[in-house]
Design a binder for this molecule. Structure first.
Ligand SMILES: *Cc1c(COP(=O)(O)O)cnc(C)c1O
Ligand SMILES: [Zn+2]
Length: 440
């Protein structure tokens, strides 16, 4: 069956553009593009047959379908040759029942999707495998690519560097100097990427990258490139699949450049269009109060203005002028969307509170958890609602955040600080200490 997907303008300009053409904006009106699938062709297989096919492939060994992104290849990027695919076994991450944390909040059915348990430690791998595979497909078809480039707040660059290195394709990553974690800086260095550390913020890096793409002919790996969205959207499909194809009532996701909220919507749209699901969840975007342009737009009936993003512990979402805002608003309007924000103290304490129930949350997941707490307190999320929080990165990528929180050197009250107890190698001292800490 010849499945087909093309780029199309989100503003409705006529014209289909092939996915293996470097194209990031509509050539007519300059608006964003999206990938559109031939749904009629996909409908030749029933919803039940698609679900069975995806379940049969899930985490199995047949290349490339064991990856939960490529296990859904027909829905993601059907035209790329299997031999061109650059996969490091994306997706299939644990969706855990946050029983104790949920109870503390008064929720019976709270789940956290641990997307950070991925090759480079963030959910960016889901989209990057698709983008780098298409680049390798282009190169194999005789169209050279000088290098793939991205601006990043740390996770996109780690992911691009790893996938480009796996494919043997040169990469350039442009980072705001001093604003990514040590681990996030070391990842692209280790993978041999050309790392440009610039004295500006993410929005400034993005402007430089756009010129590298336009004037130097580099291939763009930021989420303005809709190929990334096609991979990222599998998170929606995967979490429904993990619930035996049941749809949650609410999904909460932290948002910065806002590609991922539209990816989430695109995944739910496709399942509905192909009869796999028959209801939609409510989608909530969680922003840092230090970088909250979408929150402000939501307050104003979606009238959007960029802001100057201020420093936040949630560095991966410190973005004032999100590239994909138009797509995000469109998604939220269809998914009964909510946008809420979290302060630095709220995000740090929510992450730490949930850590006390066995998680190890990154600050962005902290933003989502803090927003969850607010919506429960306001009654916008009810005790019976089935809620999934998307945890976007591993806390292990942000040791400085955890260290400063528990050392109480952040400019906020660390409500759940826990410090090591230093003792001499003396059993009496140890016994006195445990008697004090854990009364018998
Ligand atoms: C990229 C990223 C986000 C936000 O995704 P956007 O598409 O930029 O909104 C959230 N959390 C982490 C850890 C990320 O790396
Ligand atoms: Zn257009």
């Amino acid at each position: 069956m010849p499945y087909r997907a093309v780029f199309r303008c989100i503003a409705g300009c006529p014209g289909d553009h092939p996915l293996d053409q470097p194209l990031y904006r509509c050539p007519t009106c300059h608006d964003l593009l999206e990938v559109v699938h031939d749904l009629d062709a996909l409908r030749h297989r029933s919803a039940a047959a698609w679900m069975r096919l995806f379940d049969d492939r899930y985490k199995r060994t047949t290349w490339p379908y064991g990856s939960s992104v490529w296990g859904k290849k027909e829905w993601v990027c059907p035209d790329v040759d299997d031999e061109a695919i650059v996969s490091m076994d994306e997706g299939g991450t644990n969706l855990l029942w946050a029983e104790r944390f949920g109870k503390e909040l008064g929720l019976d059915d709270l789940w956290v999707k641990q997307c950070g348990n991925s090759h480079t430690g963030s959910f960016k791998d889901l989209g990057m495998t698709v983008l780098v595979s298409v680049v390798r497909h282009m190169i194999r078809k005789g169209r050279p690519v000088r290098a793939v480039v991205c601006a990043s707040t740390g996770d996109t660059s780690a992911s691009l560097a790893a996938y480009a290195a796996a494919a043997g394709i040169p990469s350039v990553v442009v980072l705001p100097r001093g604003r990514v974690s040590t681990a996030q800086l070391l990842q692209p260095l280790a993978n041999g990427s050309h790392v440009l550390s610039i004295d500006t913020d993410f929005d400034g890096c993005m402007r430089l990258v756009q010129r590298l793409v336009e004037e130097e002919g580099f291939y763009l790996a930021n989420s303005m490139n809709s190929l990334r969205i096609e991979g990222q959207k599998t998170v929606a499909i995967e979490l429904v699949q993990q619930w035996d194809w049941e749809v949650p009532d609410v999904v909460i996701i932290p948002g910065g450049n806002l590609g991922n909220v539209s990816a989430l919507g695109a995944g739910f749209d496709m399942m509905e269009a192909l009869g796999v699901t028959s209801k939609r969840p409510r989608i909530v975007v969680a922003q840092s109060a230090q970088a909250n342009p979408l929150y402000l737009a939501y307050q104003r009936g979606w009238a959007f203005e960029p802001v100057e993003a201020r420093p936040t512990l949630a560095t991966a979402i410190q973005i004032g002028n999100p590239v994909s805002v138009a797509k995000a608003i469109r998604t939220l309007q269809r998914y009964d969307g909510i946008v809420e924000q979290a302060t630095e103290a709220e995000l740090a304490n929510a992450a730490a509170q949930a850590d006390r129930s066995g998680m190890f949350n990154c600050p962005h997941t902290g933003v989502a958890l803090a927003v969850l707490k607010k919506l429960v307190a306001r009654g916008e999320i009810g005790a019976r609602d089935r809620v999934i929080v998307i945890s976007t990165a591993s806390g292990l990528k942000f040791p400085e955040f955890k260290q400063r929180y528990h050392e109480q050197t952040l400019p906020l009250p660390s409500e759940f600080a826990n410090r090591p107890v230093g003792l001499p190698a003396d059993f009496d001292e140890v016994r006195r200490a445990v008697d004090r800490l854990i009364p018998a």
